[in-house]
Write a protein of this length. Sequence first.
Length: 149
Amino acid sequence: MTRDADPLSEIPTCAHCREMGLPVSDTLARLETELGHDTLRAFLAAKGGRLVVIPVRAVANADSDPIAAALDWLRRDVGYGRWEVPLGPMARRARLSWAILTRLRAGRSLATIAGELGCALRTVTNHKTRFTRRGVLPAPASTSRNTGQ
């Protein structure tokens, strides 16, 4: 079996994070909707979890640089000044939840997922339970012998 270099390298969208029950800033969700997932991903990789200064004037190379495009969008949406960029979909918890969900949907076993992601079986089980309760995963079929007859 081959292993990915980083099994948590895939970043969920803001919509996927909300579907999984993870908090996502409305600003990040709007930025992703208007500029795209790739731009948001590049911006969060460079600036996520940090304090940034949103410029007063338009950013020069906003057409070619995703970080400049995001800063220019923030200038128009949020306004200029200091802003602490939330991690959002780049947070480890979001990436781990997304990796578990995609593997569960692919039909992999809980133990296989835990081994691939380097986390405890209990972590995968808890995520599966949470996803099922939120309706993200289908509920398991009843195994009860009592049929109610």
